[in-house]
Write a protein that binds this ligand. Structure first.
Ligand SMILES: Nc1ncnc2c1ncn2[C@@H]1O[C@H](COP(=O)(O)OP(=O)(O)OP(=O)(O)O)[C@@H](O)[C@H]1O
Ligand SMILES: [Mg+2]
Length: 227
C-alpha cells in the first residue's frame, strides 16, 4: 500500500509536559486508520502534528514524500487548505454562516468563485441528506445535523487526508453511526485517507486498521497491510 502520510519518531512537549515521545505512524492511500488510546495519551497532539498544525520538537512528518515539518507556517497552512480536511468533536461551524456557506468556506478560502463553491456545497449537502437545511445557521441545527454539515465541510475540497478527532464524541450512538456511515462512505467513494481519533471501539470498528497511543507512543493493534 502506498504511504500517504508518515510520522517518524515524533516528539512533542507542551512546555514541560511531554505529549509525544517517539511516535511512529504510517497511513496508506485510501486507508481509514483508527487512533485509540486513553485520555491524555497524545492522540490529538499526534493528529495535529500529522496535519501540520503543530510542529514536532524532533522527528519527521512526511506527506506524499515531502517533509512537511520543515515547511514554514505559510506552507503548512497552504497544505492544510489544499490537501487536508478536518472534522472535530463539536463541529465548530461558523455560527454566523448558513450550513451552505459553512460547507463552501474551504473552497472560497482556496480561491474558488462563490457560485462554483456554493454549487459544490449543495452537492455535498445533498449527498449527506442535508439539502433541506442549507439555509440554517448552526444554532438552528441539531447536534447530529451540525456534525454532518461539519463533515460536508471537511470533505468539500476533496482532501487527500481527512483528519477526524472524536467526530462522534458529542453524539448519541445512533446519530454517531449515521455520521460514521457517511464519513466512511464518502472517504471510500473519493479514495480519501482518514485519520480517525476515537475512544469508542464501535467507531474504531469502521476503520481498516487500529493503532493505540499510550504515553505518547503508537502501538500497532491490527497488522499493517503489506507495503
Ligand atoms: N494546549 C496544551 N497545553 C498544555 N498541555 C497540553 C495541551 N494540550 C494537550 N496537553 C497535554 O498533552 C498530553 C496529550 O494530550 P492530547 O490532547 O494529545 O491527549 P488525547 O489523547 O487527545 O486525550 P483526549 O482523549 O482526552 O482527547 C496530555 O498530558 C495533555 O494534558
Ligand atoms: Mg484528544
Amino acid at each position: 500500500m502506498t504511504t500517504v502520510l508518515e510520522a517518524r519518531d515524533v516528539h512533542f512537549a507542551f512546555g514541560r509536559t511531554p505529549a509525544l515521545r517517539g511516535a511512529d505512524l504510517r497511513l496508506g492511500e485510501g486507508e481509514i486508520l483508527a487512533v485509540m488510546g486513553p485520555s491524555g495519551s497524545g492522540k490529538s497532539t499526534l493528529l495535529h502534528c500529522l496535519a501540520g498544525i503543530l510542529v514536532p520538537d524532533s522527528g519527521e512528518i512526511h506527506f506524499d514524500g515531502q517533509r512537511i515539518d520543515r515547511l514554514g507556517e505559510t506552507g503548512r497552512s497552504a497544505l492544510r487548505r489544499d490537501k487536508f480536511g478536518f472534522v472535530f468533536q463539536f463541529g465548530q461551524l461558523v455560527p454566523e454562516l448558513s450550513a451552505e456557506e459553512n460547507v463552501a468556506l474551504p473552497l472560497l478560502l482556496s480561491g474558488v468563485r462563490r457560485s462554483a463553491a456554493t454549487a459544490e456545497a449543495r452537492v455535498l449537502l445533498e449527498r449527506l441528506g442535508l439539502d433541506g437545511l442549507a439555509a440554517r445557521t448552526s444554532g438552528e441545527l441539531s447536534g447530529g445535523q451540525a456534525q454532518r454539515v461539519a463533515l460536508a465541510r471537511g470533505l468539500v475540497a476533496r482532501p487527500r487526508v481527512l483528519f477526524a478527532d472524536e467526530p462522534t464524541g458529542a453524539l448519541d450512538s445512533l446519530t454517531g453511526e449515521q455520521v460514521m456511515d457517511l464519513l466512511v462512505g464518502s472517504a471510500r467513494a473519493e479514495g480519501t485517507s482518514v485519520v480517525l481519533v476515537t475512544h469508542e471501539p464501535r467507531v474504531a470498528a469502521y476503520a481498516d486498521r487500529e493503532v493505540v497511543v499510550r504515553d505518547g507512543k503508537v502501538l500497532a493493534l491490527t497488522a499493517e497491510p503489506a507495503a
